[in-house]
Design a protein around this ligand. Structure first.
Ligand code: HEM
Length: 294
């Protein structure tokens, strides 16, 4: 059963605990991604943290945009369509895949896997995109910002580090909000998978025993959590939500309890990740190239 945390004046939060509850949150018309910035203190602070994730023309980054935002939905299907040409894209990314395969085999000493993954993801959008230590550090700062408590957030804001990171990712994404999401936020899940692949490959002859698909199944990870807000009171079969509640969906722990291979990507839902088919193909190719190079 979902856990409710209700502290008058401070916090109104519901933590989803089951796939059925998550599905109900997804389907409830009164629940959405944009946070109103109203309600209790911590609810307002979290809304303020997500508010800067907009393009220079004021569009929210896609993973913070509303379900009924027509531009979001159009870009979501446009990106999915572009990523469905996976054979061409994997060919384009051969240099990065080859470096990541060398990393998996432990043959790339000192390499920043983060920079290589960021470059691969950026080149899905712009073939001439180049990641650097600075661009990857910017993505790390954004991820730190999203999970930081109040003191760390204040330090990141006061020092200007958060704004500088956001500016660099925005500039590198050339006005493309989906690209900003990909090179600023989404890359971290792929980095985690590649590091897990390296650990898996170091086990006794796993590189040859596991098929690319099995290796992907063992190393794919979902975002730890995503956030929603109940704008109105929601009375569902599994959940009761007060208006202005924050809702935390722990996607990775729900994925671990699910037999659904698409659970990491919200596949089949309105918020489906447009890279839901491409990412497993990309990771499988990294494992395949690593295995064939041995
Ligand atoms: C391990 C890799 C990845 C995982 C597990 C993953 C998972 C997810 C999930 C669960 C969502 C829904 C978030 C929410 O509703 O709040 C999402 C959204 C999204 N993802 Fe991914 N993602 C990955 C990689 C990528 C990559 C590489 C791209 C781009 C090339 C991408 C682009 C997007 C976009 C644009 C959205 C927003 C979709 C929308 O609602 O319009 N993702 N992803």
């Amino acid at each position: 059963m979902a856990r409710s945390i209700n502290i008058p004046g401070l916090l109104r939060l519901v933590i989803v605990r089951s796939a059925a509850e998550a599905a109900e949150v997804d389907e409830a018309a009164g629940v959405d991604r944009p946070l109103s910035g109203r309600g209790r203190l911590i609810n307002r602070l979290i809304a303020a943290k997500l508010a800067p994730f907009t393009t220079p023309d004021g569009q929210p980054w896609p993973a913070f945009a509303a379900r009924l935002d027509a531009l979001r939905a159009e870009r979501q299907s446009g990106l999915e369509e572009a990523l469905s040409r996976s054979a061409n894209l994997l060919q384009r990314l051969e240099p990065e895949i080859s470096d990541l395969a060398a990393f998996v085999c432990d043959r790339l000493p000192g390499a920043s896997v983060g920079v290589i993954v960021q470059q691969a993801i950026g080149r899905l959008f712009f073939p001439d995109y180049r990641a650097t230590d600075d661009s990857y550090a910017a993505a790390v700062t954004l991820s730190t910002w999203l999970s930081a408590g109040p003191i760390k957030s204040l330090l990141l804001k006061r020092s200007g580090r958060f704004q500088a990171a956001l500016d660099l990712v925005t500039q590198d994404a050339r006005g493309n909000a989906s690209c900003a999401h990909a090179i600023g936020i989404a890359l971290h899940g792929i980095i985690e998978s590649v590091i897990l692949m390296q650990q898996l490959a170091s086990g006794s002859d796993q590189l040859h025993h596991l098929s690319p698909e099995e290796a992907v199944a063992q190393t794919l990870r979902a975002p730890a959590r995503i956030i929603r807000e109940a704008r109105d009171r929601v009375q569902g079969r599994h959940l009761q939500l007060q208006s202005r509640s924050l809702i935390l969906i722990p996607v990775e722990s729900l994925r671990q309890q699910s037999a659904d291979r698409g659970a990491a990507f919200a596949a089949g839902r309105w918020n489906q990740c447009p890279a839901h088919a491409f990412v497993p193909s990309f990771l499988a190719q990294v494992w395949r190239v690593a295995r064939d190079s041995q």
